[in-house]
Ligand binder design. Structure first.
Ligand code: G4P
Length: 195
């Protein structure tokens, strides 16, 4: 998605060979017009997939997920990383380890909001090692729902997540794929459509 790639090149800050900072439009301040375009792009790519629900994980997945939900006219559910005061029973849970932050969170979703009739589109801001996607897949499986595919705003192509998930036959649609962050420079990869 050209608009996304242009934004990364204009505003992304390379923090190291591994980490790209995009807090001016995705991880802290949010660019609503860009989110709207992102939502439209995901909706276009998954419009024939029979999506009934979008699943993401707090916090930075929520904005793109809501915009996609608006376009596809389906509800959006976000997995919580922390225990909620009101969300106490009938939970589906999974463990998600973050290599970046070196911490493990137990994520949870109420059984009420995902069930066996659902065809789920998963959306997240970053795909690195694929731990968040694996955790959400675990939850979808426990619910007996069907995973239609995964929409990712920025994939780090030099980390393993994308490759491992595609090898499993999962449809991954990334709006921008970073090939490398070496020498303080963002190198983008030409996206190969999965459909
Ligand atoms: P993984 O799920 O693909 O395995 O990713 P990983 O554990 O490496 O990432 C953990 C957190 O760091 C995730 O956010 C992920 O989105 C984010 N992240 C990973 N690589 C980058 C990067 O290069 N740049 C930025 N800006 N973020 C990165 P999170 O902890 O869930 O944070 P949030 O959603 O609450 O913002």
């Amino acid at each position: 998605m050209k608009q996304m790639e242009d934004k990364i090149l204009a505003e992304g800050k390379v923090l190291s060979d591994q980490v790209l900072k995009v807090d001016s439009f995705l991880n802290h301040q949010i660019d609503p017009q860009l989110m709207k375009a992102i939502g439209m792009e995901f909706a276009e790519r998954f419009k024939d997939a029979g999506i009934t629900k979008i699943l993401t994980i707090e916090s930075s997945g929520i904005a793109p997920a809501v915009m996609a939900g608006l376009e596809l006219n389906v509800p959006v559910v976000f997995a919580r990383k922390r225990k909620s005061l009101t969300l106490v029973d009938d939970l589906l849970t999974a463990k998600v380890h973050s290599f970046t932050k070196n911490e493990t969170n137990e994520i949870s979703v109420s059984k009420k909001f995902i069930n066996a009739d659902d065809t789920v589109l998963m959306i997240d801001d970053f795909l690195a090692n694929g731990q968040a996607v694996n955790g959400l897949m675990d939850i979808i499986e426990q619910a007996g729902a069907t995973l239609a595919g995964v929409g990712i705003v920025i994939e780090k192509g030099f980390q393993q997540g994308g490759e491992l998930l595609r090898e499993k036959g999962i449809r991954i649609e990334s709006l921008a794929i970073i090939e490398s962050l070496e020498n303080g420079e963002v190198k983008l990869k030409k996206e190969v459509p999965t459909k």
